[in-house]
Design a protein around this ligand. Structure first.
Ligand code: LRH
Ligand code: MN
Ligand code: MN
Length: 388
């Protein structure tokens, strides 16, 4: 039997990166619901992310999205983050908002558009030098809406060429991480729709190119933990974008829709050596909080990941192996379910207190007065559509 005391030292290694965009206003294609007190610039986003880390001890880095988070001087933003006890993390490139990218970016037919998209990635790499970031994460909206709209094969070749040009500028201590997504915004075909395509593209680049698995980017019913296992087995799982979904890319709080799936994923992460600071697998959130407050949404999310990680670490691997070897299907499943069914919340509360944190970070936030302060203090910023 594995006890909580056995896994406590491993929990210290948990680091979950927060997305800067989770703190800003968001919505669906039907409506953006503005909230009071949302950040007006990247500095305030970093401050909110630092609050999450202060209360949970779980989120020491903030991922940026470029150009959403362009600032005049990244050294100043970096210093601001460090003063607040966090670091700047993954740089996410954005080639999905400009008019020029309507028919694609890195896979576009027009060399001038590809040039613009490659240059944007080179700018992201330059920023990484200033922020001290390790990972350049690329997610592309490239694809088509109608059969016959473009030639899928030559798009794949052009994508490979563009990625190779970007990869040539990735430093020795940096990585390129390619994220896949089954559909949306393209509805007929997407140029990087699945882990196999991402894997094929990154292996052609070199060792410092890996795959990002966003948990919301698969068809319903997909066995995501199988993909986790396979990518770890192949040594190409670079990072996670955690969130949860009921239907498509819902970007809901991780662990909210299907905690058992999150557990199964984390079991494969632990099993495959993907857990821990030196594993090379970055845990990130990629979420939007459309109807709930942003900061508590992020606190709940990192706590959910921690809770399922603790349960996954509690899985009795020896007992599982014995049952599997004996072909005892029900016993093996029971060992698995025992770990999933363990209520680790009281132990985690005590563990937090032992590290000088509040036993209940959600309550600590509610009582901190931070929400009231930002609502009163941040006015006239990115509150598009906010009435008087
Ligand atoms: C695409 C995606 C990708 C983007 C983010 C805003 O759906 O998951 O990671 O960078 O959303
Ligand atoms: Mn994502
Ligand atoms: Mn997504």
């Amino acid at each position: 039997m594995t006890s909580f005391a056995d896994i406590a030292p491993l929990l210290e290694q948990q680091e979950i990166e927060l997305p800067s965009w989770a703190f800003g206003n968001s919505g669906t294609r039907f409506r953006v619901f503005p909230q009071r007190g949302v950040p007006r610039d990247p500095f305030e986003k970093v401050a909110d992310a630092a609050k999450v880390h202060e209360l949970t001890g779980l989120a020491p880095r903030v991922a940026l999205h470029i150009p959403w988070d362009e600032v005049e001087d990244f050294a100043t933003l970096r210093k601001h983050a460090e003063d607040l006890g966090v670091a700047l993390g993954t740089i996410n490139s954005n080639t999905f908002q400009d008019e020029a990218y309507k028919l694609g970016s890195l896979a576009h037919r027009d060399a001038a558009v590809r040039r613009q998209a490659v240059d944007h990635h080179l700018r992201c790499l330059e920023i990484m030098g200033e922020t001290g970031s390790r990972d350049l994460k690329i997610w592309l909206a490239d694809g088509t809406n109608y059969p016959g709209q473009d030639d899928m094969r030559s798009r794949q070749d052009r994508l490979a060429e563009s990625l190779a040009e970007i990869y040539a500028h990735v430093g020795e201590d940096q990585r390129l991480v390619l994220e896949y997504k089954i559909f949306e915004p393209a509805f007929y075909h997407t140029d990087v729709p699945d882990w196999g395509t991402s894997y094929a593209q990154v292996t052609a680049l070199g060792d410092r190119a890996t795959v990002c698995l966003d948990t919301g980017h698969h068809a319903p019913g997909t066995n995501i933990e199988f993909i986790v296992m396979q990518l770890l087995r192949l040594g190409r799982l670079g990072s996670f974008d955690f969130n949860s979904r009921f239907y498509a890319d819902d970007d809901l709080i991780v662990g909210a829709a299907d905690p058992f799936q999150l557990f199964r994923i984390l079991v494969e992460v632990v099993r495959g050596g993907g857990y821990g600071r030196d594993s090379g697998v970055a845990f990130m959130l990629d979420q939007c909080h459309n109807v709930e407050h942003k900061i508590p949404g992020q606190i709940r999310s990192v706590l959910n990941v921690q809770e399922m990680t603790a349960r996954a670490l509690l899985l009795d691997a020896d007992a599982l192996e014995v049952a599997q070897r004996a072909g005892d299907v029900i016993a093996a499943n029971s060992v698995f379910m025992d770990a999933f069914s363990t209520d680790v919340r009281p132990d985690l509360a005590r563990w937090r207190e032992s590290r000088g944190l509040s036993a209940d970070p959600m309550r600590a936030y509610a009582e901190s007065g931070y929400q009231e302060r930002i609502e009163a203090g941040r006015t006239g910023g990115h509150q598009a559509g906010w009435g008087a």
